[in-house]
Design a protein around this ligand. Sequence first.
Ligand code: PXG
Length: 481
Amino acid sequence: MTAATTEPSTLAAGRTTRDWQAADAAHFLHPFTDFKSLARKGSRIITRADNIYLWDSDGARILDAMSGLWCVNVGYGQQALVDAATAQLKQLPFYNAFFQTATPPAIELAELLAEVTPPRFKHVFFSGSGSEGNDTVVRMVRRYWDVLGQPGRQVIISRHNAYHGSTMAGASLGGMSAMHAQGGLPIPGITHIEQPFWYGLGRPEGVGTMDAAAEKASRDAFGLQAAGWLEQRILEIGPEKVAAFIGEPIQGAGGVIVPPDTYWPEIQRICNRYGILLVSDEVICGFGRTGRWFGCERMGFEPDLMTFAKGVTSGYIPLGGVMVGDRVADVLIERGGDFNHGYTYSGHPVAAAVAVANIRLIQRERLVERVRDDTGPYLAKLYAELKAHPLVGEAQTCGLMGALQLVKDKASGTLFDPSLEVGMVCRGHCFGNGLIMRAVGDRMIIAPPLVITRAQIDELGALIRRCLDLTTADLASRGWL
Ligand code: PXG
């Protein structure tokens, strides 16, 4: 069968929304989903996209403020990426990088990644996804200490409410308790400290709003305290047993938690003090999301390794990997011998060709600079206004990521009973009004494509306001306010 038409409201192969939902329910087990309840409800079928908009199988247009799943940085419908994939599929759809071979696109991408990352990153190890990239991180940091004759350094410290993927190692590094509760995780040698979440953990009790200077002082003090938890844990374990610390510059799936300015520089100081490797998980923050090429550059720290995925190809095709800084690369290359690790699709030529086209497009369109100087500050201004909404306790942005913390009482900062799932109520109104904004608990989060314009940010702002108002009315009618 061939695709019948490109009309948004008509489906390929002539199937109706109901047909797709029935087949989906019968055969497709979706990630992170209650299979039975989705089968009853029916999936929303997305059939087409362009720029920052999606269309569903009923022809409804949706503003995709999540860039797919934090990945479509250059927006949908970029012909340069399509052309790169098509040409490479014709030229050489696959060859591996295992047996002393390489393909031109993978080499070109490695070279280009060395150009756009900070200068100490000259080498890359490719994977197929962010989760696999973090599996590579675990193997690599432990191997590094083995080669240096310190095999006792095995422990990797991460954080509660971190997300590092869904493989055994990725989910173990992550700090999601619901994930650890299934399948005997975390694997040995991984431990978690508390997250740098000021509104939830650092704010003075019962105080919902503070003047700007007092809030800044409180945040900065909390940032040092939260980083201090790393030092405490290192000393509890014994520095000679600790291999690495891993963190997302800004926690994404955890709810766009922008740490205080003091946090990362202090984390860096502590890692340096004990000689511990510092790993930045850039799967969400990388490739322009924060208004710098990488989130660590925005947050002011210098990691030894960086995991990436998502934005490297703008999600047009799967690809991930680990940027390996000189400190680790020198040891593994000069003294390491065989590194017994890799994936069939490490350096996949089609994925690499798309990544090269994607990075060249980001450079050509100056998207990182646009986020830093124009759309990022413009979104920050919108969020400063949204903070005045009665339902919003905290409004944070960094580059083109944003979070709104919904609260029951703004003055005291009282949160809703989590069992009410107020975030899901708000998400329902967003869906119903043509906006994809995600709920993480009662934090409403966005990460729109980096091509979004000021006019489109105005459109986004109007949609968010409407959905917050609808949510407020809905909650009031349920007696929850
Ligand atoms: N690290 C980070 C920081 C991520 O955000 C991964 C690793 C794993 O990447 P892969 O490609 O293996 O999925 C991610 C992925 C959500 C959500 O609900 C976030 C991700 C994936 C799925 C859902 O926000 N991030």
